[in-house]
Design a protein around this ligand. Structure first.
Ligand code: COA
Length: 324
C-alpha cells in the first residue's frame, strides 16, 4: 500500500472591487495598451474592507464544501501569504479559530512568495504520506494591494488580491504513475537573488511592511527557466513526459512568461491555464485560484493530470504533478 494525497476540495474567493487598466491610468502614467501587451493583465480584484484572512476564510469554506467535509475533519491548516493580517500570529491560526477546527490541530503560515502554494502543498503532502495527518487544508491568500506603492507604475499595475484553497486527504494507491493524488513534488530556492524582488521594508529592518520593488527584467529572465524546470522535474519524477499531461497551471505573473514556458515545454496553448488576464499576479493565491476556477467551471476535470509550477521572490520555485 502506498499513501498518496488526493485533492478532494477546491475553493477560491476574490474581493468584489474590480480595477481595470483604464482605472489605473487615472492614478499613474500608464495605459491599457502598455499593460495588456507587456503583461496580459486586463483587470484585477482589490480588497476594500476585507483582510487577507477574510479572503482565505471564504476560499477555505468553499473548499470544505466541495470536499463535503466540516472543519472538524481537518488535521492540518497551512496558509501561504506575504500579506498576513498581523506579523504574528499566523493567518492559519486565525482561520483555524474562525472555522472551528478541533483544538490542537496544527496551523502555520509559509512564506515562499509566489511559490507559496506549491511549498504549502509539499508540506501537507509530506505530512499526509508520513501518516502524521489525514486531511489537510492548504490556502494561498494575498492582499498585495496593501504592499504596492500606488504611485509606482512599474509595479502597481501587476498585482491583485484573492485567495485559493485546496483540501487534501490521504488515499491508498499502488505507488504507480497511474495513482490518483499528488504523484511528485519538488521545491527549490536560490537566495543569491534575494534583492531582485522584495519589499523595501520589513519588521526588523524598517518596522514597516514596505512596498514591493523589483528588477522586472531579472525576474522575467529567471522565471522562464525556473517555471520550466518546476514542470519538467516533477513530470520526470512521476514517470511522465510533459506532453502527456492534460493541464499546466503556471504561476500567473505575466502572459509573456506563461506563453514562453508553455512553448519551452512543447505544450499547445490550449493546455496552458491562463488567469492572469482577470486576476493579475496574486502571488501565493495565483495557482490555487486558477485551479479552483477551472475545476469549478468544469474545464479541468477529476481524473485529469495536472502540473503546477511556480516561481517567486527569494528566488523560490518548484512544481507538483497531480492526478485529480
Ligand atoms: N505603463 C507604462 N509604461 C511603463 C509602465 C507602465 N505601467 N511600467 C513601466 N513602464 C515603462 C518603463 O518605465 C520603461 O520606460 P523607459 O524605457 O522610458 O525607461 C518602459 O516602460 C519599458 O520598461 P521595461 O521594464 O523594459 O518593460 P518590460 O517589457 O521589461 O516589462 C515587466 C516590464 C515588469 C512587465 C516585466 O519585466 C515583467 O513582467 N517582469 C517580471 C515581473 C514579475 O513577474 N514579477 C513577479 C514574479 S513572481
Amino acid at each position: 500500500m502506498h499513501i498518496r494525497s488526493e485533492l478532494i476540495g477546491w475553493g477560491h474567493y476574490l474581493p468584489k472591487k474590480v480595477v481595470t487598466n483604464d482605472d489605473l491610468s487615472k492614478i499613474v502614467d500608464t495605459n491599457d495598451e502598455w499593460i495588456s501587451t507587456r503583461t496580459g493583465i486586463k483587470t484585477r480584484h482589490i480588497v476594500e474592507d476585507e483582510l487577507t484572512s477574510d479572503l482565505a476564510y471564504n476560499a477555505a469554506k468553499m473548499a470544505l464544501d466541495r470536499a463535503g467535509l466540516s472543519a472538524e475533519d481537518l488535521d492540518l491548516i497551512i496558509v501561504s501569504s506575504v500579506t498576513p493580517d498581523n506579523t504574528t500570529p499566523s493567518v492559519a491560526t486565525k482561520i483555524a479559530g474562525r472555522l472551528g477546527v478541533k483544538v490542537g490541530t496544527p496551523a502555520f503560515d509559509i512564506l515562499a512568495a509566489c511559490s507559496g502554494f506549491v511549498y504549502g502543498l509539499v508540506q501537507a503532502d509530506n505530512m499526509i504520506r508520513l501518516g502524521q495527518v489525514k486531511t489537510a487544508l492548504v490556502i494561498g491568500a494575498e492582499s498585495l494591494s496593501k504592499i504596492v506603492d500606488w504611485t509606482d507604475r512599474n509595479t502597481c499595475v501587476l498585482f491583485g488580491d484573492g485567495a485559493g484553497a485546496a483540501v487534501l486527504r490521504a488515499c491508498e494507491g499502488d505507488g504507480s504513475k497511474n495513482d490518483k493524488g499528488i504523484l511528485a513534488t519538488k521545491i527549490y530556492a536560490d537566495g543569491t537573488h534575494y534583492d531582485y524582488l522584495k519589499t523595501n521594508g520589513g519588521v526588523s529592518s524598517t518596522k514597516t511592511a514596505g512596498f514591493v520593488s523589483m528588477d522586472g527584467k531579472e525576474v522575467f529572465k529567471f522565471a522562464i527557466p525556473a517555471l520550466t524546470q518546476g514542470a519538467e522535474v516533477v513530470a520526470e519524477m512521476a514517470g511522465y513526459k510533459v506532453s502527456e499531461i492534460d493541464w499546466l497551471i503556471p504561476h500567473q505573473a505575466n502572459i509573456r512568461i506563461i506563453s514562453n514556458v508553455g512553448e519551452k515545454l512543447g505544450l499547445p496553448e490550449e493546455k496552458v491555464i491562463v488567469a492572469v488576464d482577470h486576476h493579475g499576479n496574486t502571488s501565493a493565491a495565483s495557482i490555487p485560484l486558477a485551479l479552483s476556477e477551472n475545476l469549478e467551471s468544469g474545464k479541468i476535470k477529476k481524473g485529469d493530470l495536472v502540473i503546477l509550477t511556480a516561481m517567486g521572490a527569494g528566488f523560490t520555485w518548484g512544481g507538483a504533478i497531480i492526478r485529480l
